[in-house]
Design a protein around this ligand. Structure first.
Ligand code: GLV
Length: 321
């Protein structure tokens, strides 16, 4: 008999087909609406596998309600939506999709950095709104990118990929990481700094750490106060790492110059979110890994992880042992 799995969102046909060869599938058929909690709880009761997205909270209630569950496969590199402890207690394998999205997410991070520094969205709106009367010396002037200092908080895979891009732009590189990575320092031409030093010295501060409750509001009022007035904060990791209220205050009070945000504390954000009202903030709807190729690779890797585990093979990219 085939194992059964629940997929929490409509996936591209080719991915569904690859799963159908192995499993009895139930899938939440909507592309743009997350599965309601009651449906998630009902549909996962008898399954061996859950294929989920970062929008699904897979907590103790879901895990305890699914006695046959063997694998939870997240189509994301971040997995803070899953209660890893509860899964581990039950011997359930949890997998994510690292690697395939590294370069794409670094591209987006650098895009956001450049767009914020050079006021790209504001400039485009300015033109579209019919405000362009003449070229003028200081019109829409931004911050220098080449020759400036980039401070990367969290030198993981994506942090490193951002560092490589920044080198190409002639930036000076600093990083802060829980553990120092001396072997990377020469390879990437990057220097270690304690967090407070990095915040003081950087023109761009790029937040690249995974979210856990330990790093909730890791960048708050005190950290923002250390940054310089021309500095820009970029966050493409998880919203909860930055205290949004403190960031809003720092931006309004011109304590820092700007921010580029792909992620928010509560997603999705509505159009009346205070940070969206500020011209010196570039905001995106969590699209770090959103190229066609990468999203398909992530979807396939998440599928392959379930296929492996439910066929008694080792998972390709487990997050727990
Ligand atoms: C996206 O944010 C991911 O974690 O893959």
């Amino acid at each position: 008999m085939k194992s059964s799995i629940f997929i929490t969102r409509k996936l591209p046909d080719e991915i569904v087909k690859s799963l159908e060869q192995h499993f009895d599938i139930k899938m939440w058929e909507e592309e743009d609406t997350p599965v309601p909690r009651s449906v998630l709880l009902r549909e996962t009761k008898d399954v061996e596998g859950i294929y989920c997205l970062l929008t699904d909270t897979i907590d103790e209630e879901v895990i305890e309600g699914a006695p046959h569950l063997k694998v939870i496969s997240n189509m994301a590199v971040g997995f803070n939506n899953i209660d890893i402890g509860a899964a581990e207690q039950r011997g359930i394998v949890v997998t994510n999709t690292p690697g395939v999205l590294t370069e794409t997410t670094a591209d987006l991070t650098f895009t956001l950095l450049m767009s914020t520094a050079r006021r790209i969205v504001e400039a485009s709106d300015f033109l579209r709104n019919g405000n362009w009367d003449t070229w003028s010396p200081m019109l829409l002037t931004g911050q220098e990118i080449h020759g400036s200092t980039l401070g990367i908080i969290g030198l993981g895979r994506i942090g490193e990929a951002v560092a490589r891009r920044a080198r190409g732009f002639g930036m000076d590189l600093l990083y802060y990481n829980r553990s120092r990575k001396t072997e990377k320092e020469e390879e990437l031409g990057i220097q270690y700094r304690e967090l407070h030093e990095l915040l003081k010295e950087s023109d761009f501060v790029c937040v690249m750490i995974p979210y856990s409750p330990h790093v909730h509001h890791f960048i708050g009022k005190d950290e923002l106060a250390l940054m310089n007035k021309e500095a820009i904060l970029i966050n493409t990791s998880r919203g909860g790492i930055v205290d949004e209220e403190a960031l809003y205050e720092a931006l309004v009070n011109k304590q820092i110059w700007g921010a580029g945000l792909d992620v928010f504390e509560e997603e999705p954000v509505s159009a009346d979110h205070p940070l969206l009202s500020l011209p010196n903030v570039v905001t995106l709807p969590h699209i770090g890994s959103a190229s066609v190729k990468t999203r398909l690779q992530m979807a396939q890797l998440a599928a392959d992880n379930i296929i492996h585990v439910l066929n008694d093979k080792s998972p390709l990219t487990p997050v727990n042992s």
